[in-house]
Write a protein that binds this ligand. Structure first.
Ligand code: FAD
Length: 595
């Protein structure tokens, strides 16, 4: 009888154990989990704090008793593996309840210890009231504080304040959930944008939305120190010198792999401390497998090693490891980083590589941005999806995709993720046959439209420039032509542009000099494309601004709006209505899509 020992009993660990049992009824399978809970829903934790998932028990997907009953697993919670004796093929386990250590023999060992939140070594980072979020005890601690703050709302002469440090997935989810509970939320991000897997102009849509939802956003500013603040609260000091008062600070600045065991056992690690595995999840010791957040994998688009801490890959890797142990050789296909996050009323999603990564790795690419309705515009409730594609300049192979919108973002990104995985090109996207009825999609689906625009570019039917090119255009050589309506022009336009509405352009062609190259734009790019085609056939040299005025405006407006403490106090003293009017005046939240 084989003995399989698994370290960690949540996403990767529990999945590996269940799969092993399905493949080997006779094996002894022991799951060792340091915490009190196994198989809990990490991804649901922010929503319990936000009371979207009111019942704590809903987070507990399984228990040791259930796992024993259904899978005959020996699950030992509060048992920490403290060392691996590779020569003896044993792990040394500390029973945290009894305080004793014991040895446990294994034939195969699977490591799924995950990654822990980074708590920076900054002054005050350990003060009471400063939290990280990983597990059920963290959730309970944060929720208890939030409950208390909500109960005594206003007792400090202002609404309860929360500071979220870090604008990644967990930071954004927590910002929303804390705001849902009635806390005033500030979010500080060291980089110039939230959600780094997105390109800047796609993240800019989120910046705009966060501000409109009343989140005080500070980008390009880091946390320097935390000190006791006024009235028993905390004060965060930022690198810019600004300070933010908060009753609760959540550090969500990333995770570090829990690879100390692997390191001490002499297993091969990558530059950031992740365990290196082969396509069957075997470490440098073939009897030890590793899966989940602790490992680095190969990115299928770039071929580069990456660490992508997500639940889906952890589960798939666990299955691959269990299969291999049971004699089934199914190689892992790499992690594309397909991910999605809800940010108040928006959803942001991405798959594959983004511009930053492609530039860093010197991989040539082109990109285009489209704004399409999530379903037929004539059917009530249609909203806009912004889709960015990144593709190879030669054969148009899809390298990455990003989608931000209110509805059906999950559908669009999943189609695009499959397209990237199956090495489809933007030409293939033009031909995809996707489900359509007015409630669900469009006869020209957002994916088809994104494919048309990208393929038009590759075929030479259209030349695209990006919002960031506009500032660098030499006015002697280039003219900018706005073809929107008078009302749209008056509501805002690119400085220095010439305005001729698309409906008048054919008869006013003489106003456009052929000595210049023209960048045409409209709200999203469709009217401008029609005019680009017309102008080209009249002998003009023309390009279309990809994403149109919508993308240009979002990307070029000020992104941060963090108010300093004094302004915050003034605002609070003006009462809740002042908050509403300040945020409502911020700017319109809905994208204006005339095309
Ligand atoms: P984990 O699930 O973290 O499990 C590791 C376990 O190992 C831990 O319980 C730990 O206590 C235990 N352990 C560590 N060392 C030892 C030891 N020496 N001995 C015994 N036990 C040990 N991913 C998504 O794809 N989508 C989401 O929406 C999403 N939301 C998230 C929200 C939050 C708040 C968090 C924290 C994570 C979220 N994730 C999400 C990430 C996802 O949860 C992880 O990628 C996934 O859980 C990783 O699985 P894992 O098995 O590697 O690690």
């Amino acid at each position: 009888m084989s003995a399989y020992v698994i370290v960690g009993g949540v996403a990767g660990g529990a999945t590996a154990a269940a799969r092993l049992r399905r493949l080997d009824e006779r094996a002894q399978i022991i799951v060792l989990e340091r915490g009190q809970y196994v198989s809990f829903a990490n991804c649901g934790l922010p929503y319990h704090i936000g009371e979207v998932i009111p019942n704590r028990e809903s987070l507990l997907v399984s228990t040791p008793e259930k796992l024993k009953g259904e899978f005959n697993l020996d699950v030992r919670t509060e048992h920490e593996v403290v060392a691996i004796d590779r020569a003896a093929k044993e792990v040394i386990v500390r029973d945290l309840k009894e305080g004793r250590c014991y040895r446990l023999a294994y034939d195969k060992l699977i490591l799924s210890p995950g990654a822990k939140p980074i708590r920076p070594k900054l002054p005050g980072a350990d003060l009471p009231g400063v939290y990280t979020l990983r597990d059920i005890p963290d959730t309970e601690a944060i929720k208890a504080v939030v409950d208390e703050l909500v109960k005594h709302n206003g007792s400090r002469g202002r609404p309860p304040l929360a500071l979220v440090v870090g604008g990644g997935f967990i930071g954004l989810e927590m910002a929303e959930n804390l705001a849902t509970r009635g806390l005033k939320v500030a979010l500080v991000e060291m980089m110039e944008q939230v959600l780094l897997p997105l390109d800047f102009e796609m993240a800019a849509i989120l910046h705009h939305h966060l501000r409109a939802k009343g989140v005080r956003l500070s980008l390009g500013d880091g946390l320097k120190a935390i000190e006791p603040g006024a009235g028993g609260g905390l004060r965060a000091i930022l690198s810019s010198g600004k300070s933010v008062e908060a009753d609760l600070i959540l550090l969500a600045i990333g995770v570090r792999p829990e690879s100390e065991l692997a390191r001490a056992a002499g297993l091969e690690l990558g530059p950031q401390g992740h365990v290196i595995v082969n396509e069957f999840m075997q470490t440098s010791d073939p009897d030890i497998y590793a899966v989940g957040d602790v490992i680095q994998v190969v990115h299928p688009v770039t071929g580069a090693p990456v660490a992508i801490p997500l639940a889906g890959p952890a589960n798939r890797q666990a299955r691959i490891a269990a299969d291999h142990i049971a004699g089934r050789k199914t190689p892992y296909r790499g992690t594309l980083g397909t991910s999605i996050v809800k940010v108040f009323e928006l959803t942001a999603a991405c798959a594959g590589a983004n511009s930053r990564t492609l530039k860093q790795l010197g991989i040539p690419f082109l990109s285009s941005i489209t704004h399409s309705p999530d379903h037929a515009g004539y059917y009530p409730g249609a909203t806009t999806q912004t889709v960015k594609l990144l593709y190879a300049p030669g054969d148009g192979r899809l390298l990455g995709a990003q989608v931000v919108g209110q509805k059906a973002v999950d559908r669009t990104i999943d189609v695009l993720a499959v397209a990237i995985q199956t090495r489809l090109s933007v030409y293939d996207l033009e031909h995809l046959e996707l489900a359509y009825a007015p409630q669900y999609g469009s006869a020209k689906d957002a994916v088809n439209v994104a494919g048309y625009v990208a393929a038009n570019r590759l075929r030479g039917d259209s030349v695209l420039v990006e919002w960031s090119d506009i500032a660098h255009l030499d006015p002697q050589r280039y003219g900018i032509l706005d073809v929107r309506t008078q009302a749209e022009w008056e509501a805002g336009h690119i400085p220095g542009a010439v305005h001729i509405p698309n409906t008048e352009l054919r008869r006013r062609l003489s106003e456009l000099s052929k000595d210049k190259e023209w960048v045409v734009y409209c709200a999203v790019g469709r009217r401008a494309y029609v005019m680009e085609r017309m102008l080209r056939q009249h002998g003009y040299r023309v390009a279309n601004l990809t994403g149109g005025w919508t993308t240009y405006k979002l990307a070029t407006e000020p992104q941060s709006n963090l108010m300093d403490v004094e302004r915050c106090k003034t605002e609070v003293s003006m009462g809740p209505h002042a908050l509403v009017s300040l945020t409502a005046g911020d700017s319109q939240d809905k994208m204006d899509l005339k095309d």
